[in-house]
Design a protein around this ligand. Sequence first.
Ligand code: FAD
Ligand code: SF4
Length: 338
Amino acid sequence: MINFQYARATDVADAVRRIAADPTAKFIAGGTNLIDLMKEEVERPARLIDISRLPLNTVEETAAGGLRIGALVPNSDLAYHPLVERRYPMLASAVLAGASQQLRNMASTGGNLMQRTRCAYFYDTATPCNKRAPGSGCSAIGGLNRIHAILGTSEHCIATHPSDLCVALAALEARVHVTGSAGDRTIAMADFHRLPGDAPQRDTNLLPDEIITAVELPARGFAANHTYLKIRDRLSYAFALVSVAAGLELDADTIRDARLALGGVAHKPWRDPSAEAALRGEKANEASFARAADLLLRDARGREHNAFKIELARRTIVRALTQAARGTPQSQASKKIA
Ligand SMILES: Cc1cc2nc3c(=O)[nH]c(=O)nc-3n(C[C@H](O)[C@H](O)[C@H](O)COP(=O)(O)OP(=O)(O)OC[C@H]3O[C@@H](n4cnc5c(N)ncnc54)[C@H](O)[C@@H]3O)c2cc1C
Ligand code: SF4
């Protein structure tokens, strides 16, 4: 039995004060990731700061024509919010591709960004893992690495970030609003998660005394031509082997603008502006989609068990862009379950 203390934050300032005062403390929102990690003794916070009752659970329109999504908006509410369904269906689709209805009812927007990798060695405290125990080694590099990264890896860690929501947020160029002891700031989604480098224990650029308060979407939602395509071992309740968030703006069959982000392949949602630039001005056809896929994957490197992901990613990108161009997105596959 590992004891920990529990306190409920009364407001955002109180949450920041409490986390700044105790480096061993952790926020808890829906608890769907943190409690599992505590049960496995991967995370051992001495104090939990419950932020679940803070007033960060609304979705509001911004003056700039976008949306501000509170950090505590549950994944279900986000996916079924009328403005998200209508203006950002790629995001709704990505959220609904994740976890299960029950989990999505509990899981928060901020918690989804902060969820940790699903590398099995990270969860197994009997094995070396640089992310869990810095300097101990990486068991996945010479071990079972079927689900691991093919892009942006380091000799210290080859884990992937498991979120679906974050892949769509990256494609939509969301910004993350945070508050800490030094005040408020926003972080571009592209800079929120980190590559492993020589410090894989740090998943994000959030500072230890900061809390996510909201995620802001810009006005452009790529609603007419989008898809979120997730390839996984089972059709539900499984993390992505590869996923693709694709958005196109078309003039007839010519691509005016494109967004493309990959999940399941790196320590963060993977975007490459050169792949998107290569699509602009091109015809929306298989040849241009394949060229963009090749650009996006040009530095991909497979290992013993995950080399298949390179070709899988290539095909998934082409299929996702084709669905987006045709206006036939991957089904959101769900009616709200009361
Ligand atoms: C069986 C299972 C299957 C799943 N499948 C998928 C899937 O397919 N796709 C997918 O995307 N996700 C999946 N998930 C992950 C799930 O989406 C996350 O567990 C959830 O989003 C985390 O949100 P939470 O509110 O429960 O976070 P918590 O568990 O409460 O917290 C997680 C982490 O975030 C930190 N945190 C939470 N809120 C904030 C904040 N506002 N500011 C700063 N730090 C914060 C906590 O301190 C903690 O470190 C799955 C989870 C499970 C258990
Ligand atoms: S891939 Fe990363 S998380 Fe997995 S064992 Fe290696 S260091 Fe740990």
